[in-house]
Design a protein around this ligand. Structure first.
Ligand code: HEM
Length: 451
């Protein structure tokens, strides 16, 4: 059997895992990346099942993760990984099991003090400041429900209908300014622009500051990336600037009559107007990352998927009415949130396995979305798919994405405007992907639009 690791020995990696569990501050991102370096193109079927570990961010960076999940779904859909760079965890890879975990919040906690919602989280004594940010996605009832209720009205259908003309106007402006016959990065010029402008609107902060919001959101996504920061703590320092920035608006809006923006809503509700500085930063980061990365990557992912499936692009050209349906298919296909993690609150059974109280459980949404037992022809991108909204990408249960209709609307509007203008957007360069097992991101998508 082949091993997936290229670097140090098993004993050395074990020592490093322990160092990480203790939150040893001398541990650098580079040391972890080196010790757990894998051949991203390794054949998962050449590994022993115990050696499979889909959590390694390199597989996502190189877009080679799907076959690892395919094997797990087929051979051990609820699989215990004793050993990974994030410690021990259970992988849940099938659609039905993911739905079960997500809808049983009494059995599977999201709480930050247990390790929270990312595989990066380490329970209790080892948890460091980069993980111990309270935010409502990483809370359980009743606090979760109270805080979620505060922001929900902003995403209600009547408010979204009011936002649509503004989104359309911006989409038109962005598209009308694109270069023709010249290669450019679609991510920067279109995906980031549209979602960045939306974010500034949701918070009602000056549009000129939108790139600062994007920069903070990107920081969260790359805290463990050795190419960006030497340690998560170093990246984290930057986030306090974000807290200071929003604190000013928060205090100001507390004194003003309530308005309909995220900061004002938070400032005027009793469950969110007295947050300490960590919880304040946590909830702001949640709303920034939620409202930005995910939609951005779906906009880029759609262009890529259509290029990789020219037959589907032809279908769209012949019938642009398919756009609404296509939007959901793009979100399923891209699965912009790769996973959400939970912690078992008691011993419980799942897929014939006994999960012990305190065990970390990872729901791989990106795998559930390719589960052929639940979604017919799941490994094909089909813009006219039936029951297309039946996907795992927005999660289920009490944490189901609060912004899902806003995301779908932004995607629908940008595609409607694209189809009015351009006969074809061609991917003409190498795609660069994010090194992350949480956000399924595209950093660079070089495209050319021909005259
Ligand atoms: C295609 C775009 C999007 C995808 C794929 C996505 C995905 C998700 C997922 C998987 C969850 C967790 C679900 C669970 O644990 O069951 C979530 C929660 C959340 N999302 Fe989204 N999201 C998207 C867009 C947005 C937008 C535009 C916003 C607006 C700010 C947003 C804000 C949130 C918030 C606040 C939560 C926490 C909800 C809670 O804990 O109750 N998301 N999203």
């Amino acid at each position: 059997m082949t091993t997936q690791y290229l670097g140090s020995s098993h004993t050395e990696r074990k020592a490093l895992m322990e160092q990480r569990r203790r939150r040893d501050r001398t541990l650098t991102n580079q040391a972890v990346a080196d010790a757990f370096a894998v051949d991203p193109n390794v054949d998962p079927y050449a590994l022993s099942l115990d050696d499979i570990d889909p959590s390694n961010p390199e597989y996502f960076q190189h877009d080679t993760h799907q076959r690892h999940f395919e094997r797990l779904r087929a051979e051990d859909p609820v699989h215990y990984h004793e050993f990974s760079m994030f410690g021990a965890y259970w992988s849940v890879t099938r659609y039905d099991d993911i739905k079960y975990v997500d809808t049983h919040h009494d059995l599977f906690s999201s709480h930050w003090s247990h390790g929270g919602i990312s595989i990066n989280g380490i329970p209790e004594q080892g948890t460091d400041e980069t993980q111990r940010l309270p935010m409502f996605v990483a809370e359980d009832p009743p606090k979760h429900d109270e805080q979620r209720r505060v922001v929900t009205p902003l995403f209600a259908p009547n408010n979204l209908a009011e936002l649509e003309p503004l989104i359309r106007q911006r989409a038109c402006k962005i598209l009308d300014n694109l270069p023709i016959n010249e290669e450019f990065n679609w991510v920067r010029r279109v995906s980031v622009e549209l979602t960045g402008q939306m974010l500034a609107t949701l918070f009602d902060v000056p549009q000129e500051d939108r790139m600062r919001l994007i920069d903070w959101s990107d920081t969260i996504g790359s805290l463990s990336d050795p190419d960006e920061y030497s340690s998560p703590e170093e990246g984290f320092k930057k986030l306090w600037e974000c807290s200071d920035y929003f604190k000013g608006y928060f205090e100001e809006r507390k004194k003003m009559p309530p308005k309909f923006d995220l900061i004002s809503l938070l400032a005027h509700d009793k469950s969110t107007n007295e947050m300490d500085e960590r919880e304040f930063l946590g909830n702001i980061m949640l709303l920034i990352v939620g409202g930005n990365d995910t939609t951005r990557n779906s906009i880029s992912g759609g262009v890529l998927a259509l290029n990789q499936n020219p037959g589907e692009y032809d279908k769209l050209k012949q019938n642009p009415k398919l756009i609404t349906n296509m939007v959901s298919e793009i979100i399923r296909w891209q699965s912009p949130v790769i996973h959400m993690a939970r912690t078992a609150t008691q011993d419980t059974e799942l897929g014939g396995k006994t999960i012990k109280k305190g065990d970390r459980v990872v729901m791989w949404y990106i795998s559930g979305n390719r589960d052929e037992d639940a979604i017919p022809r799941a490994n094909e991108f089909l813009i006219d798919r039936r029951n297309v909204r039946q996907h795992t990408a927005f999660g289920y249960g009490i944490h189901r994405c609060v912004g899902n209709r806003l995301a779908e609307m932004q995607l629908r509007v940008i595609w409607e405007e694209i189809m009015k203008r351009f006969s074809h957007i061609e991917v003409t360069g190498d795609v660069k992907r994010l090194r992350s097992n949480f956000v399924h991101g595209i950093r660079e998508l070089p495209v050319t639009i021909r005259a």
